[in-house]
Design a protein around this ligand. Sequence first.
Ligand SMILES: NC(=O)C1=CN([C@@H]2O[C@H](COP(=O)(O)OP(=O)(O)OC[C@H]3O[C@@H](n4cnc5c(N)ncnc54)[C@H](OP(=O)(O)O)[C@@H]3O)[C@@H](O)[C@H]2O)C=CC1
Ligand SMILES: CC(C)=CCC[C@@H](C)[C@H]1CC[C@H]2C3=C(CC[C@]12C)[C@@]1(C)CCC(=O)C[C@@H]1CC3
Length: 334
Amino acid sequence: MEKVVLVTGANSGIGLALCERLLSQDGELRLCLACRNMGRAEAAKSALLTSHPQARVDLLHLDVGSARSVLRAAQEVKSRYPRVDHLYLNAGIMPNPKVDIKAFFKGLFSSNVINMFATAEGLLTQQDHLNSDGLQEVFATNLFGHFLLVRELEPLLGQEGHPSKVVWTSSSNALRSAFSLEDFQHRSGTEPYSSSKYASDLVSLALNRHHNAQGLFSSVICPGLVMTNLTYGILPSFFWSLLMPIMWFIRMFTNTLTLTPYNGAEALNWLFLQKPESLDSRAKYHSLTSGLGNNYTQPRQMDIDDETSEALYGKLLELEKVVRRQITEEAERQ
Ligand SMILES: NC(=O)C1=CN([C@@H]2O[C@H](COP(=O)(O)OP(=O)(O)OC[C@H]3O[C@@H](n4cnc5c(N)ncnc54)[C@H](OP(=O)(O)O)[C@@H]3O)[C@@H](O)[C@H]2O)C=CC1
Ligand SMILES: CC(C)=CCC[C@@H](C)[C@H]1CC[C@H]2C3=C(CC[C@]12C)[C@@]1(C)CCC(=O)C[C@@H]1CC3
């Protein structure tokens, strides 16, 4: 049977580049683009079919920021496919980003400049708000919706003799300093993006602990700094044009400025080809691009521990119960 691959946030940026690369790799794939905007999803499908006319590309309506939408979409997946071989949890948002310009120029002339361009530590804040489920939107979109999707699709992930891979698009901006177990939704801080990405690293580790035996293997990747809708939302395009020469120069000294979605999808594509049992639960797989433009993937140990990972996993299971109860009660009232 052909491999089934589902990609969230597949209609643009790194997700779309991954789809292109996967289809070039394996013409037999059954590729499912899971997107919240069906117009954009159709456009992405047409683009993919232009370069791969024989490809089997399906669309699925999925808003990962809405628990109801996730449950509905998961039902649809269960009715369409007997199993899911690769589940790419790639959709992500960074709403209302603000760059600390003073910190940027201070960092630019310090020995920390390479780390600053790689992680944005101390540079970026965002303004978040509650969504219709009463959850912080960044947490709900980048983490919880994906967690719920994995929970719902468990019966399709890792069947007898067919291990499945779950891959989270995390970030080098996943920083322990932005995350707190007591405030795992990041209600009170100003770095919800960083917190949600750190949480995805922790959850991936917990998924491996709980589900490797059944054949579900979870990994996290970092695409590097890639020019996409998400990054174009951070600064006006005029600033990006000014910054580009600096970024190309810095690329001589650090390989984390992958810049194009194709390069950024390197680690996602690399993971597709690996035996799941050979992967390291504690490593983040980084897409890297050399000064000469060569792409490669490198594992780097994550700053995570079992205790925090298990505690967060427990809290997410509790929250899942609350959200499911809320949805059932609302359905009963209608
Ligand atoms: N660009 C970079 O430098 C880096 C990006 N990343 C991560 O890479 C991932 C992909 O982002 P990137 O390609 O850069 O940015 P894009 O904005 O191009 O892609 C994000 C994708 O996620 C989708 N999405 C957002 N919210 C939802 C939702 N509620 N439900 C379903 N889909 C949704 C978007 O759909 P729509 O078109 O409808 O908005 C879009 O397809 C993200 O997780 C991001 O955090 C990590 C590190 C660096
Ligand atoms: C002139 C001026 C104010 C420049 C600021 C440069 C920043 C906009 C970039 C420096 C490091 C970048 C970075 C990201 C976004 C843009 C920068 C902050 C990400 C946070 C984008 C999303 C990620 O997940 C990781 C990236 C790390 C580096």
